[in-house]
Design a protein around this ligand. Structure first.
Ligand code: GCU
Length: 631
């Protein structure tokens, strides 16, 4: 110890600058890492709560070496003072602004390829209220993020596509406040997703940020859905109406969880338009089940996307929701929507903003993308490969589009790493916890194109079991790879056992064979379950024309679609499709100059809204319903 002390004295005397840096860095690092903040919480319907928006211009500092976390604590947002013994080597007020919500890559040329930490600072004024708790709601921050309010750490989060909420009640004060966030989109092996993706690694506060106020005892999560039980006589509510003439009585059930709630506290659910309400009492875990009986309910479907105002209340707290009621299940190889077989005429969509490109995050983006899907004749969309923005899901509810929502377990994760499974399950908790009341969502997808090995199968079986526990009312699926023997394609991945609906990706005519190869391809399916072809397609540069066998031309892409539709119609248990993909999207893997220019060109529409020939081939098939078994 004595030697250490002597050498320290020697250093102090000889090199003041190193000392200064060391001391401030050490202090800052100790301060932020040592002081653990509470974990963020999940809030169902957070976007339905009154909020103070923090969207707009934020002051960023690009910090590739993450100096701000170590050296002089950017989270303190310190202003240099005259006579300071140490230099303050940052000043948010001098930084050119970045927009939130938004990725940084498409906002500044110099950040287009940037992967690393970026700091964000924003001032705001606030007036605390009695008996009120305040949460910082973050729609999404890609990939790892840390948040401080007035220099006090309030939370950290991992995962780029789900919303989370950090309590700031203790850190916020009357008048002027400031918030500092650090967001790091560095790709790492043990991330979810991991190092390789075929989409741009847009970094930043990519979805809306706001302050939400709730009473001291408040509702954090709730589930309201139509029971799969056939409409029958009234449930046990003590009053027995039985069947009234031709009126059907439907059962709406679910649960409400209340933070700070006591056993026996009452909760209530009301649907004014149906003149129906139900109540329940909290159990020891702060959760209450409820059941409503409703007559004359109009079920939600793509043809009739009826939404009802639903008021969920407990104590001082209440949330007004817009919810549609439908059931979804399988029967053998059929998918039943409201008890009727359905064929899912779909398209895959990335959260790439039309025209401006970058991360999609506005109602307008959602309406444009889903408007094109409707124009295509779709009743279904696969939102790939990660949970999309709530604005997209609300638009799907309104526009009557069924949704496949996916957890970003993409390609080769570290499947034998339990920490990685925990991250995947945390992202599922957030995806399902936030979006469980959207009638549009019928499928939770666990993964895309994962290698067929035991560790992978164990991992996704655990993930699927976790999802079923969270939500037994929807179907579990995944996009599987298929294998081939000669011109026979075989779907027998063991993971299929854990799925309700089997998705599979194939690129006959693009990555293998010619467009015509589809005509002679046989399919062998080892499962008596509904099948969805979750990806097929090929690339085309909008406006590039030539022969049907000239790659990158619109004619080539259209040719692939024609032959694919013929082949797919020969698979008896095919119950849906979501070709790859609605719109061209940015990908770092796509480097063919003059054609791709960092875009995956498999869109049926270019990023500038130009519809390619294949768009019309698929639209014709969807509008004339010549795909899938007639409904
Ligand atoms: C894969 C993958 C997509 C990718 C597509 C392609 O199947 O799931 O994410 O973009 O193929 O190669 O275009």
């Amino acid at each position: 110890m004595k030697h250490l002390f002597n050498s320290l004295v020697r250093i102090i005397v000889s090199a003041p600058r190193t000392i200064a840096l060391f001391l401030t860095g050490a202090a800052a690092f100790i301060a932020c890492s040592a002081w653990a903040a509470p974990a963020p919480i999940i809030l169902t319907g957070a976007d339905r709560r009154p909020a103070l928006s923090l969207d707009g211009d934020w002051a960023p500092i690009v910090d590739p070496y993450f100096a701000g976390i170590r050296n002089n604590g950017f989270y303190l947002n310190r202003k240099a003072q005259q006579g300071d013994p140490f230099p303050t080597e940052y000043d948010f007020s001098k930084a050119p602004k970045l927009k939130v919500p938004g990725d940084w890559n498409t906002q500044r040329e110099s950040l287009f390829f940037y992967e690393g930490p970026v700091w964000y600072e924003r001032d705001f004024t606030y007036q605390p209220k009695e008996h009120t708790r305040v949460f910082l709601h973050v729609g999404a921050a890609n990939y790892k993020s840390w948040f401080w309010v007035n220099g006090q750490k309030v939370c950290e989060h991992e995962g780029g596509f789900t919303s989370f909420n950090c309590e700031v009640t203790a850190a916020i004060h009357a008048g002027g406040n400031f918030i500092v966030a650090a967001v790091d989109n560095t790709r790492r092996e043990d991330n979810v997703p991991t190092l390789q993706t075929d989409w741009w690694n847009y970094g930043g506060l990519t979805r809306s940020v706001s302050l939400i106020e709730v009473p001291e005892t408040f509702i954090d999560q709730y589930d309201v859905h139509l029971s799969r039980a056939p409409e029958t006589k009234l449930a046990p509510h003590g009053n027995d109406f039985g069947l009234i003439g031709s009126l059907y009585l439907e059962h709406i059930e679910g649960w409400i969880h209340v933070v700070g709630g006591k056993i026996g506290d009452k909760v209530k659910v009301e649907i004014p338009e149906l003149n129906s309400d139900g109540s329940g009492v909290l159990d020891a875990d702060g959760r209450a089940k409820f059941l409503l009986v409703a007559s004359n309910l109009q079920r939600w479907s793509p043809e009739t996307p009826k939404l009802y105002k639903v008021i969920i209340s407990a104590g001082q707290d209440s949330i007004e929701e817009e919810i549609g009621f439908r059931t979804v299940e399988t029967r053998g190889t059929e998918i039943l929507l409201n008890g009727q077989p359905i064929f899912l005429r779909g398209i895959s969509i990335h959260a790439e903003a039309p025209y401006r490109t970058g991360r999609a995050n506005t109602d307008k983006d959602a309406e444009t993308l889903l408007g094109w899907a409707k124009d295509l004749g779709c009743n279904f969309v696969r939102l790939a490969h990660y949970p999309h923005d709530e604005s997209m899901l609300r638009a799907a509810d309104r526009m009557g589009l069924l949704v496949w929502s996916e957890n970003p377990v993409y390609w080769a994760l570290q499947f034998d790493n339990p920490k990685v499974l925990a991250k995947a399950e945390q992202q599922l908790d957030e995806e399902i916890g936030t979006s469980r009341n959207h009638a549009a969502i019928i499928l939770w997808s666990m993964a895309n194109e994962t290698p067929n090995n035991e560790a992978r199968t164990r991992f996704i079986e655990a993930e699927a079991a976790h999802a079923r526990e969270l939500d037994p009312t929807r179907l579990i699926t995944a996009a599987l790879l298929v294998r081939g023997e000669g011109n026979t394609k075989i779907i027998d991945d063991p993971l299929g056992k854990s799925l309700d609906v089997i998705g599979f990706n194939e690129y006959i005519g693009w990555y293998e064979g010619h467009p015509e190869s589809a005509d002679t391809t046989q399919w062998r399916v080892e499962y008596q379950k509904p099948l969805i072809v979750s990806e097929f397609g090929g690339g085309a540069k909008a406006g590039l024309h030539g022969g049907g066998n000239e790659r990158w031309t619109e004619e080539f892409q259209a040719n692939i679609y024609r032959h694919q539709l013929g082949m797919l119609n020969r698979i008896p248990q095919l119950r849906g499709m979501s070709p790859w993909i609605l719109m061209d999207f940015r990908s770092p893997n796509r480097t063919l100059t003059g054609i791709q220019d960092e875009f995956n060109r498999k869109g049926l529409i270019s990023d500038q809204g130009e519809k390619k020939q294949a768009f019309f081939v698929l639209r014709k098939a969807y509008q004339e319903k010549t795909v899938g078994k007639p409904e």
